[in-house]
Design a protein around this ligand. Structure first.
Ligand code: B16
Ligand code: MG
Length: 251
């Protein structure tokens, strides 16, 4: 690889989050949590609340919902609540097909492959192996995979991405992470990587680039190879790029 980003660094690898970046399953997580919150726990749970759960592990997500509702459960009740949610979620993902792959995903992966970028997939979800196995054409793009089963720590802990870089054999400073979660952007920065946010600039403004979807970006954007801003169809706040050359916040 000889691509250089504006900070004078070489990007050799791109690591993709799964839910909300590659596939449209983030919506299913939200529906399953809302169903649990409203039907089983009598807690009102909004889309805004859900932003705090994105990318966060199952038990940590439950703790956030309980905190929102001011509800206390003992350990056994928590275990059962998390299992209920997972049961609902698994019903939603039972019959997955290629239609869940988000717009622009296959095209940008193809393009990155032409640039000889190393590609990794990294998800906090323990259901991610099942999702990826159902989508073979997508899975085939990736050299390294890190899933919930491999992790001791939840995002924003950087473990998910440092382990990915390790498996790809690439230094963290040469990696870009593509994430839809605020906690994921923070995890990328704590791993010493660049972050591309997919979703709303309101929640993802700390990422070096924010776009509504991968269909607004191209391989050069993820490799920080040019400085032209991505085109956005994003209504209120268009795809935003922070000042190129700004190094990731390593705090
Ligand atoms: P599970 P990602 C994350 O996946 C989801 O964003 C988050 O909502 C979910 O709670 C977490 O996986 C754990 O998922 O309950 O299936 O193990 O965004 O990191 O791909
Ligand atoms: Mg995600």
């Amino acid at each position: 690889m000889t691509n250089t980003n504006d900070a004078g660094m070489l990007i050799e690898a791109v690591i993709f989050d799964v839910d909300g970046v590659l596939v449209d399953t983030a919506e299913y997580h939200f529906r399953a949590w809302r169903r649990l919150a409203e039907e089983e726990l009598d807690i009102e749970f909004t889309e805004e609340d859900n932003e705090r759960l994105k990318g966060v592990g199952r038990m940590e997500s439950l703790e956030i919902i309980l905190e929102i509702g001011g509800v206390k459960l003992d350990e056994e009740e928590k275990r059962r609540a998390a299992a209920w949610k997972n049961g609902y979620y698994q019903e939603y993902i039972e019959n997955l097909d290629d239609s869940v792959i988000l717009p622009g995903v296959m095209e940008i992966l193809e393009e990155l492959r032409m640039h000889h970028a190393h590609l990794g997939v990294a998800s906090a979800s323990k259901n991610a192996p099942k999702i990826m196995a159902a989508l073979r054409e997508l899975e085939d793009f990736f050299e390294a995979r890190v899933y919930g089963q491999d992790l001791d720590h939840s995002k924003p802990h950087p473990q998910i991405f440092t382990l990915s870089a390790d498996r790809l054999g690439v230094d963290p400073s040469r990696c870009t992470v593509v994430e839809d979660a605020e906690a994921g952007v923070e995890a990328a920065h704590r791993a010493g990587m660049f972050a591309v946010g997919i979703g709303s600039p309101k929640h993802l403004h700390k990422a070096e680039i924010v776009a509504r979807g991968l269909d607004e970006l191209n391989a050069a954007d993820l490799l920080f190879k040019n400085s032209a801003p991505p085109i956005s169809g994003a209504g209120d706040q268009a795809a935003a790029r922070s000042e190129p050359g700004s190094a990731p916040d390593m705090s």
